[in-house]
Design a protein around this ligand. Structure first.
Ligand SMILES: Nc1nc2c(ncn2[C@@H]2O[C@H](COP(=O)(O)OP(=O)(O)OP(=O)(O)O)[C@@H](O)[C@H]2O)c(=O)[nH]1
Ligand SMILES: *[C@@H]1O[C@H](CO)[C@@H](O)[C@H](O)[C@H]1NC(C)=O
Ligand SMILES: *[C@@H]1O[C@H](CO)[C@@H](O)[C@H](O)[C@H]1NC(C)=O
Ligand SMILES: *[C@@H]1O[C@H](CO)[C@@H](O)[C@H](O)[C@H]1NC(C)=O
Ligand SMILES: [Mg+2]
Length: 423
């Protein structure tokens, strides 16, 4: 009997202990779970509440984003400064498009984008160039699309057509070779005229004499974001002579002997090339950047990096200067624009890297841009809000820090991210 009571006591004691343990565990874990989720919600709410603080603090002229009404922020006023005009503080500059008549839809699309994102508040002139006369439809439609004045220039044959110094036999052989290799535009004659024109003749066109700066625009491009500033003004105030948004590697087959010509230029005119202040390393270094080697192993000292010239803002006085003239004359004498397919992008870029100081070149980090097949989109969320961007920096087409981009190489060897120079 006594034994039974003792055993019963032990059993119920154990049971009770178990029960209390269960109860305590339930209470404590519920409490903790509660605390944890409370904290998560608190943090989320805090984050939301202060999401736009940095936007407000910066107070740059672009102003506040237009906020949706179900945020914690109650003043969702539209920023009026965003649409104000700056007609009185314009620079000596023009928007410039080399284009064919049949590219009218693409030209209008690019114009619409740039007008919306930038030019409607400034009304810079547009200058159109063509190797044949523009037709009435083109002139009418582009004049209607422009907020500023428009001008239409016919390129003289001497600035466009293949010079008689080019050996016909060798020219045809080169075309055939590139066609067989499948090089992009390798078999095109007009593409070569275009590249040579953009390398050595665009800045000599009479219509451009009256300007100091140009902004190159191509058909079918898109500007993803409102411009947070007048890039021409930035160029003048910061003493910049060349501006870009995308840099990448060139197809080596198009510039097989370009670097030989460049070396000859450097040997002939050593006083024009100051390797202490220029960006020589940007176009020659082929070491690792981060975890990436150059995507193309070049056979020359030239690492094939170039600024993508379909977007380009430049100071015409640089191209008109004696060093650039000498440089172009030497390249022209080699015939590489025709025997190979030297592009205006590597030609401009090498000149910029050799003849300008690093600080005279600017990477327009804030300007979203797309030309098939690549784009660039500001990484900062804050900027994308303020500038009403329509782009996603995480997409594959966003080339900024992809292995086939040269931007990180520019950060290291050009101007901009000085912290990388000591890495
Ligand atoms: N007037 C004229 N403009 C040309 C000619 N060829 C090219 N262009 C223009 O020169 C610029 C560059 O030519 P694109 O065909 O865009 O060459 P790309 O940018 O290398 O290549 P994609 O845009 O990918 O085709 C564009 O603004 C063209 O409109 C031409 O024969 N005549
Ligand atoms: C901030 O922006 C407002 C409205 O655009 C402007 O009136 C004000 O002067 C700005 N303040 C500063 C410190 O820039
Ligand atoms: C053109 O080049 C070919 C092959 O190199 C050569 O035989 C020919 O004489 C050249 N023609 C002229 C006009 O120089
Ligand atoms: C703009 O620059 C060009 C070229 O340097 C010059 O000839 C012209 O006078 C300038 N125009 C103005 C309004 O300053
Ligand atoms: Mg193009």
């Amino acid at each position: 009997m006594k034994r039974g009571v003792v055993i019963g006591g032990i059993v119920s004691f154990t049971f009770l202990c178990g029960y209390f343990f269960f109860l305590a565990h339930a209470i404590i874990s519920t409490f903790l779970r509660h605390r944890f989720s409370e904290q998560t919600y608190f943090e989320a709410s805090h984050r939301l509440l202060h999401k736009f603080d940095s936007v407000r603090r910066s107070n740059i002229s672009v102003g506040l984003p237009k906020l949706s009404t179900n945020t914690y922020v109650d003043d969702n006023e539209r920023d009026v400064a965003r649409d104000s005009l700056f007609l009185d503080s314009r620079e000596n500059a023009t928007l410039l498009m080399l284009v064919r008549n049949w590219e009218l839809p693409g030209a209008l699309s690019s114009m619409r984008s740039l007008e919306d994102r930038f030019n409607k508040r400034y009304r810079y002139d547009w200058t159109f160039l063509n190797d044949v006369p523009f037709d009435d439809e083109f002139i009418e439609a582009t004049s209607a699309m422009a907020s500023g004045k428009t001008a239409y220039g016919l390129i003289p044959s001497t600035d466009w057509d293949r010079p008689s110094t080019i050996n016909e036999t060798e020219f045809e052989a080169g075309l055939q070779l590139m066609r067989e290799k499948g090089v992009l535009y390798g078999g095109s004659k007009s593409y070569r005229n275009m590249c040579r024109f953009n390398s050595g003749f665009f800045y000599k066109q009479q219509l451009l004499d009256q300007y100091q700066y140009y902004f190159r625009v191509e058909p079918d491009v898109q500007y993803y974001c409102d411009f947070p500033y007048d890039p021409f003004k930035v160029m003048r105030e910061k003493h910049k002579k060349y501006g870009f948004v995308i840099a990448m590697y060139e197809y080596e087959d198009t510039v097989t002997t370009l670097w030989d010509a460049v070396e000859e230029f450097m040997a002939d005119y050593p006083e024009m090339v100051d390797t202490k202040t220029n960006s020589y390393d940007f176009i020659t270094d082929d070491g690792m950047i981060g975890k990436d080697m150059p995507v193309i192993q070049s056979n020359s000292m030239y690492n094939l990096c170039h600024f993508w010239s379909n977007f380009e803002i430049g100071d015409l006085s640089f191209f008109r200067s004696e060093p650039y003239q000498k440089y172009f004359e030497l390249l022209e004498s080699k015939g590489g624009f025709y025997y190979e397919r030297w592009g205006d992008a590597p030609v401009h870029s090498i000149a910029v890297a050799l003849l300008l100081q690093q600080d005279e070149v600017i990477h327009f980090d804030e300007l979203g841009y797309y030309h098939v097949p690549f784009g660039t989109c500001p990484t900062a969320y804050n900027l994308r809000l303020q500038q009403r961007c329509v782009c996603n920096p995480n997409l594959d087409q966003n080339i900024d820090i992809k292995p086939h981009s040269c931007l990180t190489r520019w950060w290291k060897h050009g101007s901009g991210k000085y912290f990388m120079k000591h890495a």
